[in-house]
Design a protein around this ligand. Structure first.
Ligand code: ZN
Ligand code: ZN
Length: 283
């Protein structure tokens, strides 16, 4: 089997539609999460969303999922402490899956946040998860797969934020970058996108007037139009996939102009269930 990933969730933290909404303003999406399956059958989750229960059900029913294992996952990597990215960890606890010693790969600051706050702390104390700092050393998942953390500028009320560089036998294959404040605030952005074969990147908002009830300045994200302008020249070498799409963002809707604009510039739009395998596995 080639190394593969499955987009389990392509939405922003609250999913689409959000709780209480009666009309769908964008395609239905669960919160951002990605499963990576190595060539030798290791399975790792990047982010544990509030929708994790149904997302892992999708993962386990995929023909790519390797059955006959002790635990259903070999590890969980968390980008940061905003609810859409770590709330699903609660499902590993004793009231739920009651897993045994699944590695939790995250920054020192994120792990400290978990240790200092219930009900998260019990997950580590009771051995359902084992914290593995990822600040200075990439997570070694198996002989094929390593996952390195890249610091990213983003609101850091509770923890710092990272993107994940998934490497297959040392080759930078996949970049997972669901949240960033502003491309201009990260000097290494273009270089990082260019050196990976595939990059899933923050596409929260298409316009500044999507959320009239919120001060957009307090929830900074690059606009999709800015992302297209900055990085369209990379799309011949790197497969750029827009993800973490807010419930207010029509991106992905076939009748929305922004969907055509992204496609014409060579970008793909993530959807729940999108699967990509590494084609040049033996190269
Ligand atoms: Zn988010
Ligand atoms: Zn965030």
């Amino acid at each position: 089997m080639p190394t593969s990933f499955i987009v389990l969730g392509s939405g922003q933290d609250g999913g689409a539609p959000q709780l209480g909404e009666t009309t769908l303003r964008s395609p239905r999406r669960s919160a951002s999460s990605l499963a990576v399956i190595s060539a030798s059958g290791a399975v790792v989750l990047l982010d544990a969303s509030p929708d994790i229960r149904l997302q892992v059900e999708v993962l386990l029913s995929s023909p790519l999922y390797p059955h006959g294992r002790d635990e259903f996952l070999d590890g969980v990597c968390i980008t940061h402490a905003h609810i859409g990215h770590y709330a699903g960890l609660l499902q590993f606890g004793r009231e739920a899956a009651a897993t045994r010693e699944i590695p939790l790969h995250a920054t020192e600051r994120f792990l400290a946040f978990v240790k200092e706050n219930e009900p998260w702390a019990a997950l580590l104390r009771d051995g359902h998860l084992v914290g593995v700092p990822i600040d200075n050393a990439a997570a070694v998942i198996d002989g094929d797969l390593t996952i390195a953390a890249l610091p990213v500028p983003h609101r850091d009320e509770y923890s710092d934020t990272v993107a994940f560089s998934v490497q297959v036998r040392g080759h930078p294959w996949l970049l997972y970058l669901p949240d960033i404040d502003d491309w201009g605030a990260w000097d290494g952005a273009e270089e990082e996108l260019a050196r990976h074969d595939v990059a899933l990147i923050d596409a929260s908002f298409s316009t500044y007037d999507e959320l009239p009830s919120r001060e957009m300045g307090s929830i900074r994200h690059p606009l999709v139009t800015d992302t297209i302008t900055r990085f369209r020249h990379l799309t011949t070498e790197t497969r750029l996939i827009l993800t973490h799409i807010n419930h207010s963002n029509p991106l992905g809707d076939p009748i929305a102009p922004i969907t055509d604009q992204a496609a014409a510039a060579g970008f793909r739009v993530a959807y729940d269930g999108l699967t990509i395998s590494r084609e040049d596995e033996n190269a």
